[in-house]
Design a protein around this ligand. Structure first.
Ligand SMILES: O=C(O)CCC(=O)C(=O)O
Ligand SMILES: [Fe+2]
Length: 323
């Protein structure tokens, strides 16, 4: 199988595996050292898998009720409904043929579904529960808090997430903010899990201009930006570092790192400045994951992502400055 990201084949010689830290998960100084060395912590089996499967059940049963899953399959498998090939434009998104020859609709299950997670007690139990609170409290060595927004992704067959750092989307608060990525389904390589660019935490100089940006910030003295951001409610730039994941290792060094199979219960955490993306989903199953954020409680929190109904990238989240 050729692994692709945004349709571009990734060089197998520039591809490797994440280092697991489950053996040191209770050793705080070893964890901190590992985070500083590697730029991430991957802890397989962090959660009780049953807890995570309950989250999957809650979301997939809703998808099934909405008619978004293959009606002939078990909703827990997250299989996307087969459709006629002519029902969508072949050049708009890649299509994937299932073993039985049916073509699956790459757009049937939309990628970003935060509202489903916001309304799910099962998901909130996981991402705002005692396990992660204790973990980050230990890691920070002080009380922690989470951002309130839950980034929930239901990635159907098709392209993954372009290359980016989270800083440009949520960088107005603590410099110690950490992302926590959680898989709710088995994700072998063809289902398209997260990929991290090795040693990109050591490339901060090269990334400095990009990391200083903010998708919701605009220049008050640039009429085109004022129109795009304030009047139209858009972003000053899309936030991507690149739409060519295949070129990143040559540009920044390092390899793309992932695991052969993510499992419900695993956890991956990394800071705002680590370069990441995801593999394309070449299967007929939905790749369901959440990403949520944690920081020292005493630090300022990005106002876009906190409160009962976080404003997010809406007009309330826009920030004008003279450039
Ligand atoms: O799951 C994905 O495809 C992207 C996740 C991500 O960008 C993140 O966890 O910050
Ligand atoms: Fe991200």
């Amino acid at each position: 199988m050729v692994l692709t990201s945004l349709g571009h084949p990734l060089d197998p010689d520039r591809f490797g595996l994440l280092r697991a830290s489950d053996d040191i998960r209770h050793d705080l100084s070893a964890l901190r050292e590992r985070l500083a060395d590697d730029g991430y912590l991957y802890i397989p089996g962090f959660f009780d898998p049953e807890l995570v499967l309950a989250g999957r059940r809650a979301i997939f049963s809703q998808l099934a009720a909405n008619g978004e899953l293959d009606p002939g399959s078990d909703p827990m498998e997250g299989r996307v409904a087969p459709v006629q090939a002519q029902a969508f434009a072949l050049d708009a998104a890649p299509t994937f043929k299932a073993a039985d020859g049916t073509v699956r609709n790459p757009d049937k299950v939309g990628a970003f579904r935060p509202e489903m997670a916001a309304e799910s007690d099962e998901i909130k139990r996981i991402v705002f529960g005692p396990e992660l609170e204790a973990f980050y409290q230990g890691l920070f060595g002080e009380d922690c808090r989470h951002l309130d927004f839950i980034w929930a992704r239901l990635m159907g067959p098709g392209h993954g997430t372009p290359v980016h750092c989270d800083q440009v989307y949520m960088g107005r608060g603590s410099a110690e903010l950490m992302t926590c990525w959680i898989p709710y389904v088995d994700i072998p390589l063809e289902v398209g899990g997260l990929i991290l660019l090795e040693d990109s935490h050591r490339r901060q100089d090269q990334l400095a201009t990009y990391l200083a940006r903010d998708v919701d910030a605009y220049c008050t003295n640039r009429p085109d930006e004022v129109k795009r951001v304030v009047e139209d409610g858009g972003w000053s730039f899309p936030g991507w570092l690149s739409k060519r994941p295949d070129r990143m290792p040559a540009t920044y060094g390092g390899r793309w790192l992932t695991v052969p199979r993510w499992r419900p219960g695993d956890l991956l955490t990394f800071p705002m400045s680590l370069v990441h993306a995801s593999l394309d989903n070449q299967s007929d199953r939905v790749r369901f994951s959440t990403d949520t954020r944690y920081q020292p409680a005493a630090h300022p929190a990005d106002p876009r992502w906190i409160g009962a109904t976080p404003p997010g990238h809406s007009r309330a989240g826009k920030l004008g400055r003279v450039c």
